[in-house]
Design a protein around this ligand. Sequence first.
Ligand code: GCV
Length: 666
Amino acid sequence: MSYEFAWLDYRKGVAFRAADLFKKIALTGFDDATAADKDILFSAELELKRASRDICGQEAVFVRDEAVSDGINIVFDKSLGLPEGAYGIEIDGTRITVKASSACGILYGVFRALALIRTGRISEKQITEVPTSPIRMLDHWDNPDGSIERGYSGKSFFFRNDHLYVDDRTREYARLVASVGINAVAINNVNVNDIATGLVSGYDRKELAMIAKIFGDYGIKLFISLNFASPMSLGATDTADPLDEGVAQWWKKTTDDLYKDIPRLGGFLVKADSEGRPGPFSYGRTHADGANMLARALAPHNGLLIWRCFVYNCQQDWRDHTMDRARACYDNFIGLDGQFDDNVILQIKNGPMDFQVREPVSPLFGGLKKTNMMVEFQIAQEYTGQQRDICYLIPMFKQVLDFKTYNGEGEGILCDLVTGKGLSRACGMVAVSNTGDDPNWTGHDLAAANLYGFGRLAFDPTLSSEEIADEWSRLTFGYDDTVAEGVSKMLMMSWPAYEKYTSPLGIGWMISPGHHYGPDIEGYEFSPWGTYHRSDRNGLGVERGKTGTCMIDQYNEPIRSIYEGLDTCPDELVLFFHRLPYDHVLKSGKTVIEHIYDSHFEGVLDVEEMIGIWESLKDRIDELRYKRVADRLQGQLRNAKEWRDRINTYYYRHSGVPDKQGRMIY
Ligand code: GCV
């Protein structure tokens, strides 16, 4: 499948005085670099070549180790002491200087300088950027047969017909994600089935090494998702017990062999004891036992073991109101705090449930004090419109990152905890990727803003959602204020719109089972998955306070009291934490039922407004992309109306309360 260049299409965008800038490019310190650094520096050089050609139609003239007064200076100098990945950019008339002490810093600085040129921001004189998260990662849920679990942008470009696949697109992908600072990528699904199990032990090793090399050229470390029961599944042992000497030996040898071929491998990612995957529970062992055994195999190679905390009982009895899936992540891991080795990182989903349009922050972040943590977001829009509906998730991620956990070390802002502020911990941010082999990478053209935005945010969480939207729009659609304003407005209204027309007030789910697109209010209500809303004629919601499952007690004070109190719990989460009657008056002054009706009518109006904005940009956007987005917007409108009418009708029939405004409810 052919591919487009997304936000890296240098033919788009106006460059002020660009031709002058590209007259001469001086590379300093490149020749003294190590071999690994040289590979990354070479990618930066290629980028400048490409930009010169595409932005101003001229071949770049490079000089070595001399400063130019008109043009671009790239200075690789370890003695500057800038941290890994950090860079400085100085702009002075017709001279731009990019400086860094690491090869990645040079690469990121070059990408940034080019973005500044293309967005016309070269009036900013001096910039120094230090990446906030040590690890900025994408997890792909790609399967060897080419399918992608929760993939909405075509097939995998890593796998095809049960084999790894390497072509131009592999490099183009690395370039794309490195341009926003991504430095770690897991290429295979965390549900590791059949053939994928063999990836650690030799299957398609040549191709795996090729991918790792291409990633390495862009400063990206390759991670492999593994099957906890690999030695058993591959017939080498008759157990996967993490405390069994034979099992540990198998992992050690397997890991040593892997590093012989792929010396810069990042490490492993593991989903264990979750949704049918094997794990230490089968042997009466803890998740610390399981993680540490693997971490010890990786430690001699400086590898990292990323262990997911998405562990819950998916065989729940819906009749049992005492069990609460929202408690599971905390309950399963809090007792293990301090028991994990230094090279283990716990990967915790942003919310206690599963990537819903609105969830509180997982209480585990504020509970763990002695454990490395990463926050896991999902930019694949599994529950948020599947890249058919627009849902710009950066504002949600920012709310999560800004959350104060009050973990006993001051406010314990989540962003600080996962970026290791003040501590030298292994930690960071990860997103489940939203890419596939569709020409535009993300199915919906506007979904690329989430890919771009996640990388930018992981690098610099102080950026605002609006800034990221504006920057992405200008880089993608060209330098046009009207387009940037319109597209940014659409993006900024999209998450609230999606929340309005889907499940109300933080309760989540109500999504079609299995594929998770479109409404099915009782689809999961009598299922074993633990995702209930328990609506009846009296009200709806799960009581998670003191009179219910006590999940609220997992939070630290003062959050616990805020969520417990009906007068303090924020409206948008009130049905996540409490069971309420339809006539309960929210802080907004509306009753629950009024809120349900109003928000659903508003959500559809918001989609109509987005369509209007897009139509107003028709002559400013190329035909192909204009039409692709226009078509998807019509689909989004149909979806929003379906949700509105089903939800409103369901709650009208359950509550018997008519709509005050007499709008059409069926
Ligand atoms: C990879 C959700 C998804 C699953 C996914 C799982 C996970 O339950 O529906 O497809 O499996 O999350 O994060 O492991």
